[in-house]
Ligand binder design. Structure first.
Ligand code: AMP
Ligand code: MN
Ligand code: MN
Ligand code: MN
Length: 290
């Protein structure tokens, strides 16, 4: 963790603006790490975690920007690891990790290989749907970063094949649709173990977004706890009160810590860095254990 202030000693971040989930163009975010840091400053964020999909490649330049410009922002080294559980794609966020840890770097290499293989197959399927060369275009958009379905969705949007990103998922690349490719991600257990080996804490990202019934969500959380997961994201910008209450009750019942983040990808009208993020009173914040 890179810090320009000294508050982390008592680990009380409750009076600070904290955002523990964000993306750069090292995965499917729109901003460079430098631009993200500058945006965080403009939004008066005190503590920011960068959590790109299966990569830590944005962290160094983000740190450099903070140092060069003497910015009063604490950067938490993070990652968002894609995992597979019972046919669902579950995202596990690692916070306060050592980005140079060998086990972590080796997992990242495997996940990148899986992303590449999946992207090629997705490209083949989309070619059959009438979109030739889409792999090359998505790859060009991703550049040196992690290639994701969001890149394919953006290409489909640019080509006018869909009217919004969501439609690309609903029509083609979302689970069960024509160009969906079943991924080969690591298990939740492996992701948690490697985050721990890298000195971090493991948080289940956006539990409300997996389209699971409460019964299945409980099963997922029981499994996550059984493999030593540490926390749940209980505060997301798009959550309603009932969802937040349910996530908080899971935290209390399974002794999990609470995390919060915007999952910022790009400037938009609906959400932004740090917006509407406040730790609920009865939650045990994840930063108490990192
Ligand atoms: P991947 O990790 O390759 O499966 O890509 C998943 C990424 O696509 C997510 O992190 C989101 O940024 C984006 N995404 C997933 N589902 C949707 C959706 N329904 N609409 C827009 N973006 C989505
Ligand atoms: Mn994403
Ligand atoms: Mn995610
Ligand atoms: Mn994310």
């Amino acid at each position: 963790m890179l810090s320009t202030t000294d508050f982390q000693n008592d680990k009380d971040l409750s009076n600070l603006r904290v955002d523990l989930h964000s993306h750069t163009n090292c995965s499917d975010g729109a901003l460079t790490p430098q631009e993200l840091i500058e945006r965080a400053v403009n939004f008066q964020i005190d503590v920011l975690a960068i959590t790109d999909h299966d990569t830590v490649s944005g962290l160094d330049s983000a740190k450099q920007t903070i140092l060069d410009k003497n910015i009063p922002l604490t950067l938490i080294d993070g990652i968002e690891i894609s995992t597979e559980w019972q046919g669902f794609e579950i995202h596990i966020v690692g916070l306060n990790i050592d980005p140079n840890n060998e086990a972590l770097l080796s997992l990242i290499e495997q996940q990148q290989q899986r992303r590449e293989t999946r992207a090629i197959t997705m490209g083949e399927k989309l070619t059959k749907c009438g979109f030739p060369d889409i792999y090359q275009q998505a790859k060009a958009l991703a550049g040196a970063g992690s290639i994701t379905r969001a890149h394919f969705a953006r290409v489909l949007l640019q080509q006018g094949a869909v009217s919004k990103m969501q439609a690309a998922f609903d029509k083609y690349i979302g689970k069960g649709n024509r160009a969906y490719v079943k991924p080969n991600w690591c298990s939740i257990e492996e992701a948690v173990a490697i985050i721990h080996a890298a000195g971090g804490v493991a948080v289940m990202a956006h539990p409300i977004r997996y389209d699971l019934s409460t019964k299945w969500l409980r099963r997922l959380i029981v499994h996550f706890k059984a493999v030593a997961g540490d926390g749940l994201e209980v505060v997301l910008p798009q959550m309603n009160d009932a969802q937040r209450k349910l996530m908080l009750s899971f935290c209390l019942e399974y002794e999990l810590h609470a995390s919060m983040g915007s999952d910022f990808h790009q400037p938009s009208r609906w959400s932004d860095l740090g917006r509407n993020l406040r730790m609920p009173e009865h939650a045990k914040p994840i930063w108490q254990i990192w």
